[in-house]
Design a protein around this ligand. Structure first.
Ligand SMILES: [Zn+2]
Length: 99
């Protein structure tokens, strides 16, 4: 799936701090937490993992997701990954198969 030219995260990263300063009094703690989650989703701030193919030696590094239910990236329907990629949590030693 190609990355859109502009994502909500891009807008939050660019204007989020100014928005917080101007409208911070009207933001709840939960709203602030969601903004931060979206800003750091799939960035180095959350760490990363190694994805690898079960059928071939293909591997790639990927950033971790925020998994917040309000995050547009995390709400996207997971498409079947090419190469039958399996996610391995390098940092936490967890393993999760993509469906
Ligand atoms: Zn996310």
């Amino acid at each position: 799936m190609d990355r859109p030219k502009l994502e909500v995260a891009d807008i939050f990263r660019r204007y989020g701090e100014a928005y917080r300063q101007q409208h911070g009094a009207s933001l709840s703690t939960a709203q602030r937490r969601v903004m931060t989650a979206i800003e750091v989703c799939r960035t180095a701030a959350l760490g990363g993992h190694l994805e690898h193919c079960d059928s071939c030696p293909y591997e790639r590094n990927a950033y971790d997701s925020c998994r917040d239910r309000h995050c547009p990236k995390c709400q996207q329907v997971r498409m079947p990954l090419s190469h039958g990629l399996v996610l391995r949590r390098r940092l936490r030693g967890e393993r999760k198969d993509f469906g």
